[in-house]
Design a protein around this ligand. Structure first.
Ligand SMILES: [Zn+2]
Length: 139
């Protein structure tokens, strides 16, 4: 099982400058940054995740867990960037692997259902999943 980040509407509005233009749930990357300040009133790049296919953005993402393989996950990043017109060369592929693996390592730290936000280069937890494990409850 692989854990990775997808867009979410959960906790949207917790910050005044939250936004999302991603309609459903989509695999996300980090947007490139043209600003350092995650609270920049001009541009939300430093607080945004970007949908790998739609290229729409969201300030909230959550950890999901599926049977997708790491190779498939990286392949989605690759397909997304080639669709944007990126050149399919070693530089692009290495950059994709670096970005995708970094996100996989981060997502692996938290349980599925954890909602995160981005503050520049840092990913922070907003909300942990509620504990609902009745199978473990003892009477
Ligand atoms: Zn910016």
């Amino acid at each position: 099982m692989l854990k990775y980040f997808v867009s979410t509407h959960r906790t949207q509005g917790q910050r005044d400058n939250d936004f999302t233009s991603i309609a459903g749930t989509e695999l996300v990357d980090l947007t490139g940054e043209c600003h350092d300040d995650p609270d920049s009133p001009i541009c939300g790049c430093a607080r945004s995740f970007v949908g790998i296919t739609s290229r729409q953005t969201s300030t909230t993402a959550e950890v999901t867990e599926t049977d997708m393989t790491a190779a498939e996950y990286i392949g989605h990043f690759h397909t997304g960037l080639l669709a944007l017109g990126w050149k399919d060369d070693a530089n692009t592929r290495n950059g994709i692997i670096d970005a995708a693996v970094e996100l996989l390592l981060l997502a692996a730290m938290w349980p599925a259902g954890t909602v995160v936000e981005r503050r520049g280069r840092e990913i922070r937890v907003r909300s942990f999943p509620s504990r609902r494990r009745p199978g473990l409850r003892r009477s």
